[in-house]
Design a binder for this molecule. Structure first.
Ligand SMILES: [Cu+2]
Length: 155
């Protein structure tokens, strides 16, 4: 009986290893359109964020915007993102050892929201966004210039 359980556990472990290996290799490709469609996944994650944000008051209508770093290099995983107008929770995940953040700048060049710096971790901030085109970027000197920015479309 015990042997069967051990064998089963081994099968699960090897499956998990295969899954990890295949997902990490695809993240370096810089295609914009598949990332845009991942908004539905972002919305699912956002419900957790909204729960944590309970003390903020008007929770419920806030939507989420997930931004991640690329696996390496001074870049985010996507050059574009979309969000719904209104209160938006920006969830930033930095998988790199280098500190990064996310700032959101409106079309007039004014920063309307910014996360804390983080390395190998996550930070989030809430920002109120009107429909329009914004730029998100890293405020660490040199990073934005190196390509750590993207276009945020708010509808
Ligand atoms: Cu950076």
């Amino acid at each position: 009986m015990k042997k069967v359980a051990v064998a089963f556990a081994l099968v699960l472990t090897s499956l998990a290893l295969v899954a990890c290996g295949s997902s990490s290799s695809s993240s370096s490709s810089e295609s914009t359109s598949p990332e845009t469609t991942s908004e539905s996944g972002a919305a699912a994650g956002g419900e957790e964020g909204a729960g944590q944000e309970a003390e903020g008051g008007s929770a419920g209508s806030a939507s989420a915007l997930d931004i991640e770093t690329a696996s390496s290099g001074l870049a985010y995983s996507s050059k574009s993102a979309t969000a719904k107008a209104g209160m938006v929770t920006v969830d930033f995940t930095n998988s790199q050892a280098i500190p990064h953040d996310v700032a959101i700048e409106d079309s007039g060049g004014e920063v309307v929201g910014q996360t804390e710096l983080t390395s190998e971790g996550s930070e989030s901030t809430e920002v109120e966004l009107k429909p329009g085109t914004y730029t998100y970027f890293c405020t660490v000197p040199g990073h934005r210039e190196a390509g750590m920015e993207g276009t945020l479309t708010v509808k």
